[in-house]
Unconditional design. Structure first.
Length: 94
């Protein structure tokens, strides 16, 4: 019984994390100019690269979110998502 409970919690958490990135990626994907302004505010990359990054990052977030939701390449998608989150944290605190 305890194993089933842990399995259920794992599935729910995986679904929540995956859906969070699917939703975040989708929102940014449909409004890349607004996202580019946010990226430019950090002043970490050249101004000319912000729009390109604003178009690529949402696709990565969306893809990783879907991989996590559907339990595909989970080890690699979680690793890449962790690196992406670490990058976001470094940008926030720089």
């Amino acid at each position: 019984m305890m194993k089933n409970r842990h399995n259920s919690v794992y599935l729910i958490m995986r679904f929540i994390v995956g859906c969070t990135f699917v939703i975040a990626g989708t929102i940014k994907l449909f409004n890349p100019y607004s996202f580019a302004i946010s990226i430019a505010g950090y002043r970490l990359i050249p101004e000319g690269a912000t729009l390109a990054l604003a178009r690529v990052l949402p696709i990565i977030e969306l893809a990783l979110g879907l991989l996590i939701v559907f339990n595909l390449l989970l080890k690699y998608s979680l690793l890449l998502l962790s690196l992406l989150l670490l990058t976001f944290q470094i940008a926030l605190f720089s």
